[in-house]
Design a protein around this ligand. Structure first.
Ligand code: CP
Ligand code: NVA
Length: 304
């Protein structure tokens, strides 16, 4: 049987997400009650980081410990990956010593090549093109606060980056709509959007994108790996800050999300991220709970 990987959001069906989210609820409740949940006892996760991380490393590592397993951290700097060992060889070796692998890297093709040569499931912990674990946590957070996300409107105000492409895939799976506004010169890369994806609308004006939205979300203007473009981006994105005026265009009960880390005064105003509509801390915490459910599903399959 083919190994199940989680390389982009479209890799799972709605039915699979419904299962994973139901498990995440159970796992979260047990965590809150200090009840053990050792379903991954004696299992090992290898985590490969080619870019920095706080939340992704912490949530995967803590999650494996909490499920009775172990997590091993590798980075490019002090593993042979940084000295040019082929990704295919690394995949062969690593996947003989563990039960599941999480990778944060640059191009999506790197993780695709790795997965092809892996004997165990591979999880995308962020690539230049996708960040599916984060959007899974975000969808879970929305559902916890407001119920079903089907039929709702999500406003994306900012860069056409990995988070946006995962949101666009999630919209197709869960049946919601994304109002996208990116500045001139930073258009949606159509090669990263399914040709039949009719779940989004582009707005030249970022405030218009927020009109009647149920959720407003954004991310940094300069993603990891694009640091040399920072000065040009600061200029180009002028006006794309999510501030109180933009939140006013959204529905009165709209939520605000940001995957973090955030830059107050750039993509989001302090009054919004630190304000009453913001659920960014729940969103960060939920990485832990949904990823525990994801790990369990990939390693053990359905348990209930
Ligand atoms: N949101 C997120 O993935 O955070 P880290 O870069 O800290 O892992
Ligand atoms: N778009 C950001 C997300 C960080 C979690 C980046 O890729 O750097």
């Amino acid at each position: 049987m083919a190994i199940k990987h989680f390389l982009q959001f479209s890799d799972f069906t709605l039915d699979e997400y419904e299962y994973v989210i139901a498990r995440a609820r159970i796992i979260k409740q047990k965590f809150k009650n200090y009840e053990p949940h050792p379903t991954l006892a004696d299992r090992t996760l290898v985590m490969v980081f080619e870019k920095n991380s706080t939340r992704t490393r912490l949530s995967f590592e803590a999650g494996m410990h909490q499920m009775g397993g172990a997590a091993i951290y590798l980075n490019t700097r002090d593993s042979q990956l940084g000295r040019g060992e082929p990704v295919e060889d690394a995949a062969q070796v690593m996947s003989r010593m563990c039960d599941v692998i999480m990778i944060r890297t640059f191009g999506q093709e790197i993780i695709e090549r790795f997965a092809k040569h892996s004997r165990v499931p591979v999880i995308n912990g962020l690539t230049n093109e996708h960040h599916p674990c984060q959007v899974l946590a975000d969808v879970f957070t929305y559902i916890e606060h407001r119920g079903s996300i089907a039929g709702k409107t999500v406003a994306w105000v900012g860069d056409a980056n990995n988070m946006l492409y995962s949101w666009l895939q999630a919209a197709q799976v869960f049946g919601f709509h994304v109002n996208v506004s990116t500045p001139e010169g930073y258009p949606i890369d159509q090669s990263l959007v399914a040709p039949d994806n009719d779940r989004y609308t582009f707005f030249a004006n970022p405030s218009d994108a927020c009109q009647d939205a149920d959720l407003v979300t954004t991310d940094v203007w300069t993603s990891m790996g694009f640091e040399e473009e920072n000065a040009a981006r600061l200029k180009a994105f002028d006006g794309w800050i999510v501030d109180a005026a933009k939140m006013k265009r959204a529905r009165p009960d709209a939520l605000f999300m940001h995957c973090l880390p955030a830059h107050r005064g750039e993509e989001v105003a302090a009054e919004v991220i630190d304000g009453p509509q913001s659920v960014v801390w729940d969103e960060a915490e939920n990485r832990l709970h949904v990823q525990k459910a994801l790990l369990e599903y990939l390693v053990l399959g359905r348990l209930s």
